[in-house]
Structures are given as structure tokens and as C-alpha cells.
Design a protein around this ligand. Sequence first.
Ligand code: ZN
Length: 390
Amino acid sequence: MLMKHIRGILIGMVSGMIAAAGTLAMSFPALAAEGEMGALYRVHENGNGWSGFIKDNTYGQAAPDAYVTAMQATLENQPAGMSGTIAYQVNLSGSGWLDWQENFSEAGTTAEPVPLEAIRVKLTGQLAETYDLYYSVLQNGVWTELSMNGDTAGVEGQGLRVDGIRIAVRKKGEGAPEEPETGNRIDPSKPMIALTFDDGPSTATPRILDSLEQNGARATFYMVGNRMHSYPDTVKRMVSLGCEPASHTWDHTYLTRLSAEGIHQNLTRFDAELESIAGVRSRTMRPPGGYISSASKQALGSYGVPAIMWSIDTLDWKTRNAQKTIDCVLSQVKDGDIILMHDLYGTTADAAVVLIPELTKRGYQLVTVSELAEYRGGMQPGQSYSRFRP
Ligand code: ZN
């Protein structure tokens, strides 16, 4: 029952460990006689309890409607005679940094539904001289860049929470661990583009998600807040597929018709709804109609999000013609493009299910807007972006 909530951590788990999932009783898996030293950890989710054991360099991710409230970690295959252990510290929302823990002691809380905001992990003793520790947290739908040897992973003090943890041990000199098989792998040297779908969700959205899932692709959905309660499963599925659910305002009001306070209220209402459905907040927003002014940018800046425009406008809402939408994209697509479509229309879904495999075949990585920005120079709240060229 617990296991159906836990995704991304099943790889590498042996059957004997599954029995231990969800209980506090320690039942360590048998350690291999030989093998590289690795981290072994698990996460406690609000509502779902402890995950199963998570093997070294594996994404341990909470369910879409849950987050991480505590963690435990230890080491497998520690070389005999080498002193030290793995130590870990968590920043618990409202409490700040708690004491360092080790040897599978609990860091965080299992009693209250309070999220972690950040973590630090390190090796001690002789281990620290021979090995490096790498780790990352899932925050707002994105895995942070790898932190090392006691540095902080995650953003503290901004109301962000940890939705997943990945820890890897590597011998010094070996460099960073490879991307886990279960993760969303992005090759920074290869072309990438962001498909964006506005004005949904709708009954057309699941077909687009099916195609994204089948092709290992992702997209960003700039949703109208007051539509989300009608499609909660669709919104949750976006998150579980690694897509980016993001704000197109609560009710599609043009930002230029709102005061700064009106913009804040509107976006707050959107984010509260998104958080209650899928447990995440918008990292970016798209202004309805594409209307933006310097005053509205300033309001977005103080709210903490950038405005995302587009470099290819398919006019799918106007033509309602799948072939024209497909031709529009394929005739001009370039590395770094942000492509505008609308998942309100069956014809747009018809176009998307052709475009997603075709663009993938042509060598484009279909990533979210936040991923594209992360690999192409970043983005700042209050600024607007139409593309992220290499
Ligand atoms: Zn719109």
C-alpha cells in the first residue's frame, strides 16, 4: 500500500528490503561481500510514512501530493578498518538547522507534517579523506545541482520544500556521479527546446502527457488557476512526469490591468491552488495575452517569478489546424526555442502527438522552461525571456 506512493526508488531495491519499508524496525539488507562503498538512505513522507531503502545515486522522490519530512542514511560496504561514517543535517521548516545525525538516526520529524527545506550531508573520519559525497534535493519540480561534502542542498527560508533526495558516494578523483537511470537526463551539449501549453488544463491535456511520457519528454503547462480543480489528476500527473506546472494567472486577467497588489493576490491564489493539488508552486509565469509592462515586471520581481514569453507562436488557437501547427514548428525550430501552444484544443493535441516524437527524432531534448533556463544561463525574477539560446 505504501509502495504505490513511492516512485523512483524501486530500482536497485532487493525484495528483502521491501518488507522493511514503512516500518521503523531496522532490517538492513545483507551487505554484499565485495563492492564499492555507497550511501543507503530513505525518506519520510507526510501521510505516506517511510520509503523503502534507496540505493546510492538513486532519486528518492515523494509522491506528487507529499513531501519529505525526515531522512535517514548509512553506508554500505564501508572498507574495513577505515574510520568515519556518513553524517547528515536537515533544515526543518520553522525550526531551522537541526543537529547532525548519523548511523540511520532520524533527522527531521515523523510526527508533524512539516517539510524539510534543505539538507547537508558529509563523510567523517578517514572516509572523508578518501571519498567525496554528492547530493541533491528535488525542489519545486527540479533537482538542484549536486552539492558536496557538507555544503547546503536546497533553498532555505523561502517556503520551498524538499520533495526528494539523491545521495552518491564517489572516490576522490572520480568526479561527480553519473545521472541515475531513473532521472530526467539532460545533455547540456545537445539541442534543447521547451514546449509550452497555455490556457489548460482540459480534456486535451492527457493525450499530450501520454505522448510526453512515451517519448521521455517534458513540457511546461501555463495553466489558468480556476480550471485546475476540475482536472486534479492531470495536474498531479504533470508533476510525476517531470513536467512543469506553472501559472498563467488565476483567471487569465491581463497583468497590465492589475495593480502590483492585484498581481500578488492573483498569483498567490494560483499558487495556493497548485500547491494544494500537486504540492508545488510556479517557478515561472506566462502573462495572459503576452501583455506585460515595466510595472507588472516589477510586481513579478517582488513576487519572485520571471515572465516567460515565446520565440515560436504556432497560432494553434486561431488555425485549429494540426498540420499548420506542426509545419509552423518544424519549419523554424532552433536550439533554445520556447514554443507556444494551447492545450485547450483537440487539434493542438493532434499536433503535439506528432511533434513530440518528431522533434525528439531530430535530436531535440524536450525540457521544461526551468530546465532550459538552468542549462542556458539562468533567469531572474521580474525579467522576461522569449528564448534561451546556447
Ligand atoms: Zn492565455
